[in-house]
Design a protein around this ligand. Structure first.
Ligand SMILES: Cc1cc2nc3c(=O)[nH]c(=O)nc-3n(C[C@H](O)[C@H](O)[C@H](O)COP(=O)(O)OP(=O)(O)OC[C@H]3O[C@@H](n4cnc5c(N)ncnc54)[C@H](O)[C@@H]3O)c2cc1C
Length: 325
């Protein structure tokens, strides 16, 4: 199926749903041995064997189609919810930020207005774009320091808003470079949880999102208030990945961690923030192993003292030790 939203962004030409003419010469940025600490907000972690920043969706299709079928692929947006272990990622990392960046007002769907955005668009850009187009309901996206691809993968949300409650459709690409148009019905979506119903890997390249018409000034004012609240409550001056754990039913992970006396607990240069107990900050030069060990320690202590098994929200990938030492 040809994915119309992607075409409407000028990210792919008609007929490229199935890479009809075969893979084309690559036009993106290809590097080897890319340090991942440059690309994740924790500023820690190992090396990715292959780095690829596609020129556009068609180029991404060609890249995927020409990689060995056995190679592992990881999509990365702004790395604000991700840790690559110190031993690195033995595969290809596709960077969408600065790559899949189209954004436009699309039309109307019932009483709502729709917007098409590439997966590499930062969530705060969509929040401001939606408000400037006299719509409300997207203000919460201003507080998510990641891309829309990452927000779709995580069902990111805050202050009552959630990514998938705005999704009309998404365009995905698979391992062979084929584009597909999908809807929420193709996914099992929950709190910080998204899983496609069906086999095989697919990644997001774009989405169509719907918002309610309203007041631009009210939306802008809410965004400002929301960001002020974040600055007051979150340790944003030190590298972090937002909330480390999902909130358990009817409670808050931060409350449990604080109640267990874990604020300020340290392993190496990783520390449970004194400002917000569900944040782990890199106080300078933390290894991924420091951060992961602290996550495990917090889980173990909270489980022992409260009986609650916290589930990490952050994604941890890669090897603990490099394959060749
Ligand atoms: C200060 C701070 C505050 C935060 N506050 C919140 C909050 O309030 N609510 C909230 O939900 N999150 C929050 N986060 C976490 C994070 O910003 C979100 O999860 C965000 O959606 C991740 O987007 P990203 O582009 O950085 O994803 P990445 O960290 O790059 O990736 C996260 C996961 O998504 C996958 N992924 C990325 N792009 C794609 C794609 N195109 N297709 C398929 N999979 C993909 C990655 O493989 C990985 O598994 C916060 C983080 C920080 C640092």
């Amino acid at each position: 199926m040809i994915a119309a939203p992607v075409q409407s962004l000028g990210l792919a030409a008609p007929g490229q749903g199935a890479l009809a003419g075969g893979p084309q010469p690559l036009r993106g940025v290809l590097r080897e041995a890319e340090p991942m600490d440059r690309h994740v907000s924790w500023r820690a972690g190992g090396i990715a064997r292959v780095f690829y920043q596609p020129a556009d969706v068609a180029d991404l299709q060609s890249f995927l189609a020409t990689r060995p079928a056995s190679e592992r692929v990881l999509f990365v947006g702004l790395g604000s919810n991700l840790l690559v272990r110190d031993g690195g990622f033995d595969g290809a990392v596709v960077f969408t930020h600065h790559a899949l960046t189209g954004l436009r007002a699309a039309g109307e769907l019932g009483t709502r207005r729709t917007f098409v955005a590439g997966a590499g668009v930062p969530a705060p850009h969509l929040a401001r774009f939606v408000a400037r187009h006299d719509c409300e309901g997207g203000e919460w996206l201003a507080g998510i320091p990641g891309t829309l691809g990452g927000a779709l993968a995580m069902n990111a949300g805050c202050y009552g808003g959630e990514t998938w409650s705005h999704v009309v459709d998404v365009t995905t690409v698979d391992r062979a470079g084929t584009l597909r148009l999908r809807t929420g019905a193709d996914y099992e979506v929950g709190y910080r949880h998204v899983a496609r119903r069906g086999p095989g890997d697919e990644w997001f390249v774009a989405g169509t999102f719907a918002f309610t018409p309203g007041s631009k000034d009210a939306a802008m004012a809410r965004m400002k208030a929301l960001l002020e609240k974040r600055v007051a409550s979150q340790p944003l001056s030190r590298p972090n990945a937002g909330s480390v754990f999902r909130n358990p039913d009817g409670d808050h992970a931060a409350r449990l961690i604080e109640a267990c006396g874990l604020k300020g607990r340290r392993i190496g240069a990783a520390e449970v923030s004194a400002k917000h107990a569900n944040f782990i900050v890199n106080t300078g030069g933390a290894k991924a192993s420091d951060i992961e060990a602290l996550i495990e320690e917090v889980r173990a202590v909270v489980r022992e003292k409260t009986g609650v098994a916290l589930i990490p929200e952050v994604r941890i990938v890669g090897a603990k030790e490099a394959a060749n030492g």
